[in-house]
Write a protein that binds this ligand. Sequence first.
Ligand code: SF4
Length: 120
Amino acid sequence: MKTVFTCIVCPNGCEIEAEHEGKQVLSVTGARCPKGEAYVKQELSDPRRTIASSVCVTGGVLPLVSVRLTAAVPRDRIFDVMREINRVTLTAPVKIGDVVIRNVLGLDSDVIATKNVDAE
Ligand code: SF4
């Protein structure tokens, strides 16, 4: 069967048409680089996404700190991960790179802070 994907690996956003049988890719057209085929294979076999969000901070000069995942997680677990992130409240100070949740939900990805928040 044929499926059209929009590659999200870089800003070019190539439209890639893939001929495949189930998860097996037979051919791809439209990718400007080899990463496009790898992206299509990943999308067909194990689609993953990463997310950025924010977490509440108490006792800091800001009420929130931005966070991100260190590795993409299965696309169908994104809302579970968001729920875990929303449960967390940190106490200032928070430093860039602090691990907010280690190995979130056992998905081999940490939630880390991407901003410094000093104590008041
Ligand atoms: S196929 Fe290559 S050039 Fe095109 S969007 Fe994907 S990574 Fe970028």
